[in-house]
Design a protein around this ligand. Structure first.
Ligand SMILES: O=C(O)C(=O)C[C@]1(C(=O)O)C=C[C@@H](O)C=C1
Length: 93
């Protein structure tokens, strides 16, 4: 393998590892939010909060050279999974 490709792949592997750790940390936090929402009988989703998050993340993406459309899609993908978890927690009673 060309050394430059190996170097870049090593860097990609490190970044992917960080993403997995960050996602695990985020899901640990949202799991606690899910329990709290179920206890307080709050709805699983909060569209107003999501709108704020999308606006903030799109701005951050633009500042850092990431496609804001991709950032929004990535966020929506994660939040859909969080909402599914919240609904499962609420359904457990
Ligand atoms: O902040 C909340 O209320 C959450 O449930 C967390 C979260 C998120 O993953 O960021 C998920 C669902 C809501 O619609 C908004 C935000």
């Amino acid at each position: 393998m060309p050394p430059e490709l190996a170097r870049l792949r090593h860097s990609i592997d490190n970044i992917d590892s960080a993403l997995v750790h960050l996602m695990a940390e985020r899901f640990r936090a949202t799991q606690q939010v899910g329990v709290l929402k179920a206890e307080l009988e709050l709805p699983a989703s909060d569209p107003a909060r999501e709108a704020e998050q999308v606006a903030r993340l799109r701005a951050l993406a633009e500042e850092s050279g990431l496609d804001p459309v991709f950032a929004e899609k990535f966020f929506a993908f994660i939040v859909a999974e969080v909402i599914r978890h919240h609904e499962a927690i609420a359904a457990q009673g």
